[in-house]
Design a protein around this ligand. Structure first.
Ligand code: RTP
Ligand code: MG
Length: 139
């Protein structure tokens, strides 16, 4: 299986609750290598662009409000089968449906505030990583 990259954000709720260390420990223990990482805060324009695919959904306004209300940890991660394996590690969008032991089961409060993002394809991982990081900040 090829080594590839995914993009993640530890969302404002995870940062507010002090879960950065625990989540990064789980990511690291699951075999992901950190390629790039920073604490940052998205502007309204950033969040509207990042989640543009959801712009017609009824929750879009809440999503933008949530994702901009405080700092996030943005990171690019590398591993064999990174995109799919990271989606497995984070669990279902709704923590009520997430498998035991997944990051969302452990740390997410609701479908709207679900602690962590994971890219859904190799193509989107590359787009999302480049949205947050310049080439010189990837290692
Ligand atoms: P993400 O993109 O953040 O990794 O999450 P996902 O693929 O599991 O879910 P997606 O369908 O892409 O939704 C993006 C984010 O929008 C919020 N959401 N709220 N209130 C709702 O019904 C609802 N549905 C989705 C969540 O923060 C979700 O992660
Ligand atoms: Mg998604």
């Amino acid at each position: 299986m090829a080594t590839n990259r995914t993009f993640t954000m530890l969302k404002p709720d995870a940062v507010e609750k002090g879960h950065i260390g625990a989540i990064l420990e789980k990511i690291s223990a699951s075999g992901f290598r950190i390629v790039a990482m920073k604490l940052t805060q998205m502007t309204k324009a950033d969040a509207e662009e990042f989640y543009a695919i959801h712009s017609e959904r009824p929750f879009f306004g809440e999503l933008v409000e949530y994702m901009t209300r405080g700092p996030i940890v943005a990171a690019i991660l590398e591993k064999e089968n990174a995109v799919e394996d990271f989606r497995t590690l984070i669990g279902a969008t709704n923590p009520a449906d997430a498998a035991e032991g997944t990051i969302r089961k452990l740390y997410a409060a609701s479908i709207g505030e679900n602690a962590v993002h994971g890219s859904d394809s190799d193509e989107n991982a590359a787009i999302e990583g480049a949205f947050h990081f310049a080439g010189r900040d990837m290692f």
